[in-house]
Write a protein that binds this ligand. Structure first.
Ligand code: PLP
Length: 366
């Protein structure tokens, strides 16, 4: 048995995305070439751009393809942060935190994980013009931030707002204009497209962007490099196929099973993505839980997915004031094709894991 509940690391490929990517692989040309083969490749690229722009409320001309969410985050901060203080919400993804650098000002969150908008207003009032980075939905807890309200504050104080919408897109409505953001970042593989493609969508005022990667003038000079046509075609197909997530009842069933086994739901009081829950098991290390569940055939993660496989306490849960629980929480993120059977398998595996590990803990403490 193998049950995959780590969609926020990567969603399973959607069939529509696979078909579109495979078809695009047969295109021989480079979209920059002027001959017929190049023009055919260019058509695939521009069709994908139009589909993504339309789905997420941007103009095609303001849709810049990147290699994924990390690059879109880095490009946004590199370009929009010029001459500005960068204010980063404490629970942002490491891609944003690293791009903002150690000099960034940290915006605190409340105990439920929601950004403290009073603190944001104070920060915006206090200093020179800022770039504010506030994600739409958190990758570990699913917490949905009040981005629209933050956008109003930013406008009033002459600040720009960058929104990492990587986890939200394809699971809840995301529209650049409706959010009032200056730019949003997207990632193909978080919505059931192939890995290796993403996009930064810009408000019209920021059309001309300082590139992070210069090169052959691709993407209107905003991102050098030959675009990965197959990944981008799959990205567009996935975006079109993805609708608002209907997984909340299954997520709730997962939570009920975990609560019955002694877990705490981290940030459960705030508005959240339908597919995501963060479950702390007091006293049991997150990596031990992940390994035990994996041995039982259920794949989840410990907080954020991490390329090195190292597990450290979650900065997201620490920012919410959860103390030691920040190192004792797993993330369950249901994929778009999750079934009731997956939920039941999780419930069984979790109950077994908790029953084995919590007595061991009690014995160690005694
Ligand atoms: N932003 C968020 C909120 C994420 O969850 C992730 C990936 O986990 C990224 C950015 C990075 O995206 P990518 O894996 O496409 O580089």
């Amino acid at each position: 048995m193998s049950v995959y509940l780590d969609a926020n690391a990567t969603e399973p490929l959607r069939p529509e995305a696979r078909a579109a990517a495979l078809a695009a692989m047969d295109a021989v040309g480079n979209p920059s070439s002027v001959h017929a083969a190049g023009r055919a490749a260019r058509r695939i690229l521009e069709d994908a751009r139009e589909a993504i722009a339309q789905k997420f409320g941007a103009r095609p001309a303001d849709t810049v393809f990147t290699s994924g969410g990390t690059e879109a985050d880095a490009l946004a901060i590199h370009a929009l942060g010029v001459g500005r203080r960068v204010i980063v919400c404490a629970t942002e993804h490491d891609a944003v935190r690293a791009a903002a650098g150690p000099g960034a000002v940290v915006l605190p969150v409340r105990a439920d994980g929601i950004a403290d908008l009073g603190a944001l207003e104070a920060l915006l009032t206090a200093g020179p013009p800022a770039l504010v980075c506030l994600m739409l939905a958190n990758n570990e807890t699913g917490t949905i931030q009040p981005v629209h309200q933050a956008a109003g504050l930013c406008r009033r104080h002459g600040a720009l707002l960058f929104v990492d919408a990587v986890q939200a897109a394809g699971r809840m409505p995301v529209d650049l204009g409706a959010l009032g953001a200056d730019a949003i970042a997207l990632s193909s593989h978080k919505m059931g497209g192939p890995q290796g493609a993403g996009a930064l969508l810009l408000a019209p005022a920021h059309s001309a962007l300082r590139p992070l990667i210069a090169g052959g003038g691709q993407e209107r000079g905003r991102r050098g490099g030959t675009p990965p046509l197959a990944a981008i075609a799959g990205f567009a197909a996935a975006a079109q196929a993805a609708g608002e997530s209907t997984l909340a009842p299954l997520r709730d069933a997962v939570e009920r099973a975990a609560l019955a086994a002694g877990a705490i739901v981290c940030g459960g009081e705030a508005p959240r993505l339908a597919n995501t829950t963060s479950l702390a098991l007091p006293g049991v290390r997150a990596d031990a839980q992940v390994i035990a569940l994996d041995l039982a055939g259920v794949q989840v993660s410990a907080g954020a997915a991490c390329s090195s496989g190292k597990v450290s306490a979650s900065h997201v849960l620490a920012a919410m004031g959860l103390g030691p629980l920040a190192g004792q929480a797993i993330r369950v993120s249901l994929p778009w094709n999750a079934t009731a059977g997956d939920g039941a398998a999780f419930a069984d595996a979790y109950a077994g894991m908790a029953a084995r590990m919590r007595p061991a803990l009690a014995a160690a403490v005694a």
